[in-house]
Design a protein around this ligand. Structure first.
Ligand code: AHR
Length: 498
C-alpha cells in the first residue's frame, strides 16, 4: 500500500506553541516522592531533587509543568506545603487515599521548575475550598512584598515573586469522584468569580476553566457550554483531559486513539465557539489539553482503595512499542490543532503513567513513550503545515475507518528546517509514503528516525532501559522534489529536512 502527502509552507495551521510540550507533576503515588524528590537518594542535590530525573526531564524537552494536581488539588491546602518543613502537617489525601507529608510544596516545586527549566502552571483548589483561598495562594505566589502573605513567602526564603502566568481553576469538577464535585452551573459560578477576582490582581494572568474530565462522561459538551457561559469573559482556556487504552483488547481502535483526541478537540472548539457566538464575542477561547496519555485504567481498577501510606506505588504503567506509537500519534494530533490548542500536558512526569521511571534509591530510565515526546518537543518548531495525507484506511470498531497514515509537519522559518512526523497505525503491511517536496526543491534529509520493533510488546525496564528507542534509518534521500520512505506497521517516524 502507498500513501502521499505534500509539504508546502503556503498551507499553514498555526505556530507551534512551546506549551504544547507540557507535563504534569501531581502529589500522587511516586510522582513527587521518590520521583522528582528523594532527599536521601545518592543523586539528590542540596534541595533533595533527583539530578538523574532532572537530566531526563531536560532531555524530554518539557516546557511547562502543571502542579499540584489532579484530583489531589481538590482537597489540598497549599499552606500545608510552605514554611519550615518540621512544622508542616501530615494530612490524609482523600483523592488517592494516601498520607501526604508535605515535605514538598509550592516553593520546592518552583525551585525544581527553575532547575528543570520549565514554566510552572498552577492549579487552585475549587473543590473543598473557594475564591478566598485561591486569592491567598495567588498573593503569596505572585505579589512582590508589603502584604502579610507576600511577606510570609519572603520569610520562607523566597524574596522574589514566582510570577506564575497560567492558572487552572480547579480540576475535573464534573467528575463524581472529585472532592467537591459540582454541577456545571455551580462550578461555572465559582470559576467565574474566582477568575474575575484573580484578574483584578493581574489582568494578564492566563486562566483555565475546567472542561470535562473525559469525552465519555454524560455531561460532555453541555458541561463546557454551561461553564463557558459563566466564565467566557474571564478565562483564556478551557481544559480537556483524555486517556487511551486498548479497551477489551481492541488494538486497532487503540492505535487509532488520535482519532478520538481529534474529535474531542473539534467538539470542544465547536462548543466554545457556539458560546462565543451566543455572547456576540470576538474573543476565541483556547484549549488546554492539560491531561493526556496512554493509561491502562483496566489494569489498576480499584487500586486507590489502599491503606493509608505515603507515596504508594500507584498506576505505574509500563509502556511498550504500541503505546509509544500511540503517544507519537497523539502529539501529531495536538500539532494538527495548533491554531486552537495552546497548551498540553502529558500526564504525568515520573512513575505515575509517566515517561520517566525511577526506583527508590535506584536508577531512573526512559519508558518507550519518552522517545516520541522528546523528539517532537525538540524538533517541532515554527509553523505547523497543513498536510492532508492520502492514505489507505484501517477499519476500527470504535472510530470507523481511519487513515492508516497519521502525519503532520513543521517548518521553522529561522533555521529553514522542515520536520515530518508520521505514524503508520495499521498492523498489516508496510506503507510506502511519498512526500511531495515541490515547495522545498533543495531540501536534503538531515535525520530519519524510526521507532518500531517486530515485538510490539517490547518495553524498557531498569535492567534493559534502552531496549526500545528510535533508531536512525540510513540512506534516505530527497530526490527530484520528492521523498519516498517505507513506514513499517505500528511505527513512528520523524524525518528532518533542511
Ligand atoms: O493523572 C491522574 C488523574 O487523572 C488526575 O489526578 C485526574 O485529574 C485524572 O482523572
Amino acid at each position: 500500500p502507498t500513501a502521499r502527502l505534500t509539504l508546502d509552507p503556503a498551507f499553514r495551521i498555526g505556530s507551534v506553541d512551546r506549551r504544547l510540550f507540557g507535563s504534569f507533576v501531581e502529589h500522587m503515588g511516586r510522582c513527587v516522592y521518590t520521583g522528582v524528590y528523594e532527599p536521601d537518594h545518592p543523586a539528590a542535590d542540596e534541595d533533595g531533587f533527583r539530578t538523574d530525573v532532572l537530566d531526563l526531564v531536560r532531555e524530554l524537552g518539557v516546557t511547562v509543568v502543571r502542579y499540584p494536581g489532579g484530583n489531589f488539588v481538590s482537597n489540598y491546602r497549599w499552606e500545608d506545603g510552605v514554611g519550615p518543613r518540621e512544622a508542616r502537617p501530615r494530612r490524609l489525601d482523600l483523592a488517592w487515599r494516601s498520607v501526604e507529608s508535605n515535605a514538598f510544596g509550592l516553593n520546592e516545586f518552583m525551585a525544581w521548575a527553575g532547575k528543570a527549566g520549565v514554566e510552572p502552571m498552577m492549579a487552585v483548589n475549587l473543590g473543598t475550598r473557594g475564591t478566598a483561598e485561591a486569592l491567598d495562594l495567588l498573593e503569596y505566589t505572585n505579589h512582590p512584598s508589603g502584604t502579610t502573605l507576600s511577606d510570609l513567602r519572603r520569610s520562607h526564603g523566597v524574596d522574589k515573586p514566582h510570577d506564575v502566568r497560567m492558572w487552572c481553576l480547579g480540576n475535573e469538577l464534573d467528575g463524581p469522584w472529585q472532592m467537591g464535585h459540582k454541577t456545571a452551573h455551580e462550578y461555572g459560578r465559582i470559576a467565574a468569580e474566582t477568575a474575575r477576582a484573580m484578574k483584578r490582581f493581574d489582568p494578564s494572568l492566563q486562566l483555565v476553566a475546567c472542561g470535562s474530565s473525559n469525552a465519555h462522561i454524560d455531561t460532555f459538551a453541555s458541561w463546557e457550554a454551561t461553564v463557558l457561559e459563566h466564565t467566557y469573559d474571564f478565562v483564556d482556556f478551557v481544559s480537556l483531559h483524555a486517556y487511551y487504552e486498548p479497551v477489551g483488547g481492541d488494538v486497532d481502535s487503540f492505535l487509532a486513539s488520535a482519532a478520538g483526541m481529534d474529535r474531542m478537540i473539534t467538539a470542544v472548539t465547536a462548543t466554545a465557539d457556539h458560546v462565543g457566538a451566543k455572547l456576540r464575542s470576538d474573543k476565541r477561547i483556547k484549549l488546554s489539553f492539560d491531561e493526556w496519555n496512554v493509561w491502562y485504567q483496566s489494569r489498576f481498577a480499584g487500586e486507590h482503595a489502599l491503606d493509608w501510606r505515603p507515596a504508594p506505588e500507584l498506576i505505574e504503567d509500563v509502556y511498550d512499542v504500541t503505546d509509544a506509537v500511540v503517544v507519537g500519534s497523539l502529539l501529531i494530533t495536538l500539532l494538527r490543532h495548533a491554531d486552537r490548542v495552546g497548551a498540553a500536558c502529558q500526564a504525568q512526569l515520573a512513575n505515575v503513567i509517566a515517561p520517566i521511571m525511577t526506583r527508590p534509591q535506584g536508577p531512573a530510565w526512559r519508558q518507550t513513550i519518552f522517545h516520541p515526546f522528546a523528539r517532537t518537543a525538540r524538533h517541532a518548531r515554527g509553523t505547523v503545515l497543513r498536510v492532508e495525507p492520502d492514505s489507505p484506511v484501517v477499519d476500527t470498531a470504535r472510530y470507523g475507518e481511519v487513515p492508516a497514515l497519521w502525519a503532520t509537519a513543521t517548518h521553522d522559518e529561522e533555521s529553514g528546517e522542515v520536520v515530518l512526523f508520521a505514524v503508520h497505525r495499521g498492523r498489516g503491511e508496510p506503507l510506502t509514503l511519498t512526500a511531495d517536496l515541490r515547495a522545498f526543491p533543495a531540501a536534503r534529509v538531515r535525520e530519519h528516525l524510526l521507532l518500531h520493533d517486530a515485538d510490539t510488546t517490547a518495553a524498557n525496564t531498569a535492567e534493559q532501559p534502552d531496549r526500545v528507542r528510535p533508531r536512525p534509518v540510513a540512506g534516505t534521500r530527497a530526490d527530484g522534489g520528492a521523498l519516498t520512505v517505507e513506514l513499517p506497521p505500528v511505527s513512528w517516524t520523524m524525518i528532518r529536512l533542511a
